[in-house]
Design a protein around this ligand. Structure first.
Ligand SMILES: NC(=O)c1ccc[n+]([C@@H]2O[C@H](COP(=O)([O-])OP(=O)(O)OC[C@H]3O[C@@H](n4cnc5c(N)ncnc54)[C@H](O)[C@@H]3O)[C@@H](O)[C@H]2O)c1
Length: 329
């Protein structure tokens, strides 16, 4: 039986991919500190360990006893817009935690570590972003992701660590944390709509993104397990949409579940205006196919969210308050 270690097993990627691996008959061990994911998301069958990846002793012990074949590193705090205000936390959680994991992967000679980086590493370049572009991240989250990409390359050169990187973008689906006020636009809107609040849009909503269904990531995540060492793949949807058009679409779907939520425009946020990727490489090499149906998935998320426990929306302690947006004060 193949032993697979999943970090961030209580989050969107971890909860969905653990289920997929269990169905395929793998042994799945999961780590999560439950900072952004929930215990209820972890499927029965996962051998779950609740600790922080910053705890390198706990990590060392787990690797010693488990000796994983493969590691899928999903754990992170992916709040692009907030990352300049929580710099230290961002680098500890997304960079140092990854360094701890990479150390153990090298020591126990895993067959492969898969790292979920992000489209955010590209910054503001010509769309659609292609893998050959030199990353130019503009915020601490993207910088942390790119530094882990470089660290994996270094570990492979020094220690022959096998790794593959995927750069997802705007993924959504069931088990997403919809109670985080700082990230994941569709999740935020579902929570706002269910609470009878207006759905919020930063600035005029002309920002362009493309949204993909988590279910279409399972196949490429499998495909890179034993192949494509040292390679990087963009994974996500080809179809792009402005945030305002998405908000209007969202209103129509929301109406099936709650009174139609109005749209409220907030002050603009400093962010990359237009961001989506080219997926030719993943389509050709990994047989990746994206079949995202935004309307259907939002509808499914509403049904799921209505039956999910009521959770508190937490505020994060900012390290810098200078230039903080009104909406996050
Ligand atoms: N969802 C997206 O749209 C998207 C886009 C690009 C990249 N990514 C990347 O994909 C990965 C998975 O994203 P997701 O959407 O599943 O995120 P998520 O927030 O749903 O899941 C991350 C999980 O990691 C856990 N975690 C965070 N820090 C930890 C730590 N220090 N120790 C142990 N556990 C920790 C959280 O509790 C959470 O359960 C992340 O690395 C993210 O940066 C996601």
């Amino acid at each position: 039986m193949t032993k697979v270690l999943i970090t961030g097993c209580a989050g969107l990627f971890g909860a969905n991919y653990s289920r997929h691996l269990l169905k395929m008959g793998h042994e799945v061990v999961g780590i999560d500190n439950l900072s952004g994911g929930f215990l209820e998301n972890i499927p029965e069958g996962v051998k779950f360990h609740s600790f922080d990846l910053l705890d390198h002793i706990a990590l060392e012990n787990l690797f010693f006893w488990m000796k994983p074949d493969y590691v899928y590193h999903f754990a992170a705090y992916a709040a692009v817009g907030l990352s300049p205000y929580i710099r230290r936390f961002n680098y500890q959680n997304n960079m140092i935690a990854s360094a701890n994991l990479i150390n153990e992967c090298v020591k126990s000679e895993v067959k492969k570590i898969v790292f979920t980086s992000s489209m955010d590493v590209y910054g503001s370049q010509q769309v659609p972003f292609k893998e050959e572009l030199t990353p130019l991240p503009e915020d601490p989250y993207g910088i942390a992701k790119y530094s882990v990409e470089l660290d994996l390359k270094s570990a492979s050169e020094y220690f022959d660590l096998k790794y593959t990187i995927i750069r997802p973008h705007n993924v959504f689906g069931v088990y997403q944390n919809i109670w985080d006020r700082y990230r994941n636009v569709i999740g935020i809107w579902i929570r706002q709509a269910l609470s009878g609040e207006p759905i919020t849009v930063f600035g005029d909503g002309s920002q362009v993104r493309s949204f993909s269904d988590i279910q279409f990531y399972m196949k490429p995540l499998d495909a890179i397990q034993d192949d494509f060492d040292g390679e990087t793949f963009n994974i996500g949807a080809d179809q792009y949409i402005t945030i305002l058009d998405l908000a209007k679409l969202f209103q129509d779907i929301a109406e099936k579940h709650v009174p139609r939520p109005p749209i409220k425009h907030l002050e603009p946020r400093k962010e990359v205006h237009t961001a989506y990727c080219d997926h030719t490489k993943a389509k050709e090499k990994l047989e990746f196919h994206d079949g995202t149906d935004i309307e259907q998935l939002i509808d499914k998320m509403f049904v799921w969210a209505k039956s999910a426990p009521k959770r508190k929306v937490k505020n994060i302690e900012y390290e810098i308050e200078k230039n903080m947006y009104e909406f996050w004060r």
